[in-house]
Design a protein around this ligand. Structure first.
Ligand code: APR
Length: 235
């Protein structure tokens, strides 16, 4: 029998129990940071050193954290389901946990790219990025992050994946940032949607059957996995 396609939309909450701060919780990443200073193109033009420092700190921290049971459970689910992860996170904890199909909507911390719009070079980058780190044409490199106001290049692919889902699981996102938050509305209207978040957002105008679990990812993801396995064995 063909495996059911489980599409999982993840946000900062899935990495919270690994020790990476979310953005909008109290004591979140944006507290103490002016978002537009560190996560917009204008901010970059204004103070490259500040922006580089912000992402250098995030990159350094990534070398110290490990995936948690939420990430590992999603990776294990590939044995029974065709799992596609669409993540807003720039960490690589899904990949570290072993997930094979991971689409990053907002870029990746361990990559950098040229700071010009033509013939962009993207490189793997593990250490600090500094002023003077340039591409083959001598152009300054910038974090490979989708900043506020920038286009989301992976959006079309994400929409196409969500449209084909048999089951949609949403984990650890406040659903505040578009277009990512709008992806759930591309699901076929009859498929079940599960939303795991200790402080879930209210989801309006979704025709789908929706089950909300006000739980942390490490509790909620295994619970939903068990439910899905149960349903598969019953049918
Ligand atoms: N398990 C699951 N969810 C959790 C946990 C946990 N242990 N702890 C917190 N959360 C939830 C919060 O309740 C909140 O709903 O994670 C969510 C985090 O929300 P945000 O901080 O807004 O993060 P996210 O939705 O991923 O933000 C989207 O905003 O700033 C941009 O580009 C950045 O990708 C990011 C985007």
């Amino acid at each position: 029998m063909e495996k059911k396609k489980v599409v999982v939309l993840t946000g900062a909450g899935i990495s919270a129990e690994s020790g990476i701060k979310t953005f909008r919780d109290a004591d979140g990443l944006w507290e103490g940071h002016d978002v537009m200073e560190v996560a917009s193109y204008d901010g970059w033009l204004n103070n490259k050193a500040l922006v580089l420092d912000f992402y250098n700190q995030r990159r350094r921290q990534l070398h110290e954290v490990k995936p948690n049971l939420g990430h590992f459970t999603l990776a294990e689910m590939e044995a029974d389901f065709d799992v596609h992860i669409i993540t807003q996170n720039v960490d690589n904890l899904h990949e570290q946990a072993g997930s094979k199909k991971v689409l990053h909507l907002h870029g990746e911390l361990l990559k950098v790219r040229s700071d010009h719009s033509h013939a962009i070079e993207i490189m793997d980058w593990n250490n600090d990025l500094t002023i003077g780190d340039v591409d083959s044409k001598g152009c300054q490199m910038r974090p490979h992050i989708v900043w506020f106001g920038e286009a989301v290049p992976a959006l079309d692919e994400a929409v196409s994946i969500v449209t084909q889902a048999d089951i949609l699981v949403v984990v650890g996102t406040s659903l505040q940032v578009y277009p990512a938050a709008g992806l759930i509305h591309y699901a076929q209207s009859n498929i079940p949607v599960f939303y795991i978040d200790p402080r879930p957002a209210t989801i309006y105008d979704l025709p789908n059957p929706l089950e909300v679990f006000s739980l942390n990812a490490t509790e909620g993801v295994p619970l939903v996995r068990d439910k899905l396995l149960q349903k598969t064995h019953d049918s």
